[in-house]
Design a protein around this ligand. Structure first.
Ligand code: FHN
Length: 442
């Protein structure tokens, strides 16, 4: 009897606590609009996109935003637009480079932390139309993406070191007294409406949420505003103050954004890793470029973690992308021509990835990615309730598969020439494998 009473009083206590928590947010905090599930699924099925960091700073070859008041004095940096004349800019060429790479979407830095706008905005003169070039870069890219059936996304910073109403100018002088965040948020809303109305991006990639003036409340206000303008819009998690790599109740946005690293395998929230093909985000002369094997294994390990890869290039001041980067991206596209079924529209897992192994899945197929195909025999853990009916390389070479109570044994024939970047093996199961819980590979 005493135990029952104790149990009931514990339950009541728990219930009161939960009721209290539900009001901890205060009765008037507006619930954020629900994410559009179809938009998110369509986005995650794309798996591979091109990030582009570009602006007048490329004239100096230093990092966009961050080199202002560092390698480049503020007045010099803020005057670069007067020289910016990328006469070789060709939006079709950029989009064809992305398409040839097997990329399915593009995200351009319409406005980075330096506040310069790559479109003819009505809300500041600090924009592309004040340069000798005088052409709408964002508009040209949006048009080319539509022409080549590539999804178009926009990067927009929530910190703006040039705009006076934003109180931080990264000039070592701390908070500016003439800052006015309400005015700044209105400026943001006006520009974001301009971008959505004129260019119809499928995705907005926010950045710069770490500085003191930005709050979760501003983030929620902007998120709700955007979703009213376009309920299908996909928005990353950098509108909120939460960390970039997770999606939590501190986040504002639809997916997590690990940066310069491959996100961890998880099936509970969507994520996209943003990683540079070189070291710098914006163009840098003679910057070190990642080898092809690292580029392809990064894509395989990202997909194997159930995430997207947003792979960054920094075009040159004359408007061209570097020939070596274009060549590298083409080689990724050639790999995807043969192996794309193991990346696009797949889910990560069911086997957890490691430095030389990843797995992806779709329907009744599991794609095994061997990033170091030296061994000819592979042992995988048996999958409870699932029978592997056959195995073959994605290039069609049959692979012997035997199963027992604890393992799946694969014997790779010597006739199969390993792919130096990533050898993909297909396992066909007797049922869908999409709902299998994530498991160790052996
Ligand atoms: O400060 C930016 C940086 O310049 C770059 O744009 C990356 C890309 O995600 N984001 C910020 C650093 O986290």
């Amino acid at each position: 009897m005493r135990n029952n009473t104790k149990r009931i009083s514990l339950l009541c206590g728990l219930l009161l606590c939960l009721i209290g928590l539900s009001h901890a947010q205060g009765p008037n905090v507006p619930a954020l609009p629900a994410v559009n599930k179809q938009s998110m699924k369509d986005f995650m099925d794309l798996r591979f996109g091109m990030f582009i960091h570009w602006g007048p700073v490329t004239l100096r070859g230093t990092e966009i935003g961050w080199s202002r008041n560092r390698q480049v004095a503020q007045n010099d940096y803020d005057s670069l637009y007067k020289e910016f004349d990328p006469v070789l800019f060709d939006a079709d060429a950029w989009v064809k480079t992305a398409k040839d790479a097997g990329m399915k979407y593009i995200v351009i830095t319409a406005k980075h932390h330096d506040g310069f706008c790559l479109w003819p905005t009505a809300y500041t003169k600090y924009n592309i139309m004040q340069t000798p070039f005088k052409k709408d870069v964002v508009g040209a890219l949006a048009k080319a993406c539509k022409k080549y059936n590539i999804k178009f996304g926009i990067y927009y910073t929530v910190l703006d070191w040039y705009e006076r109403s934003y109180p931080v100018h990264n000039d070592g002088k701390g908070m500016a007294p003439d800052g006015d965040m309400n005015k700044f948020v209105q400026y943001m809303k006006s520009q974001l409406k301009e971008l959505i109305d004129n260019y119809h991006p499928f995705l907005l990639w926010f950045d710069g949420n770490w500085e003191q003036p930005w709050t979760n409340e501003y983030g929620k206000d902007i998120y709700a505003y955007l979703k009213k303008l376009d309920p299908t819009l996909v928005v990353n998690n950098r509108l909120g103050k939460g960390d970039h790599v997770t999606l939590s109740d501190q986040s504002v946005g639809d997916y997590a954004t690990p940066e310069q690293k491959i996100g961890k395998l998880n099936m509970s929230f969507p994520w996209e890793s943003c990683i540079t093909i070189c070291n710098q985000w914006a163009w840098k002369p003679n910057d070190a470029m990642k080898p092809l094997k690292q580029c392809i294994s990064t894509l395989a390990l990202t997909a194997g973690g159930n995430g997207n890869l947003l792979f960054n290039v920094g075009p040159m001041p004359d408007g061209r992308m570097e020939a070596r980067q274009v060549k590298q991206l083409k080689a990724m596209g050639d790999w995807l021509k043969q192996n794309g079924a193991s990346i696009y529209g797949t889910l990560g897992g069911p086997f957890t990835p490691d430095s030389s192994f990843a797995s992806t899945r779709k329907g009744n197929k599991i794609y095994i990615h061997l990033l170091n195909a030296s061994n000819k025999h592979l042992t995988l853990a048996a999958i409870p309730g699932v029978h592997i009916q056959k195995a073959y390389s994605i290039t069609g070479t049959p692979i012997s598969v035997t199963e027992n109570a604890t393992s799946i044994e694969l014997q790779i024939p010597d006739t199969l020439v390993a792919d130096a970047n990533d050898t993909v093996i297909v396992l066909e199961a007797d049922k869908s494998v999409e709902d299998i819980p994530v498991m160790a590979r052996n």
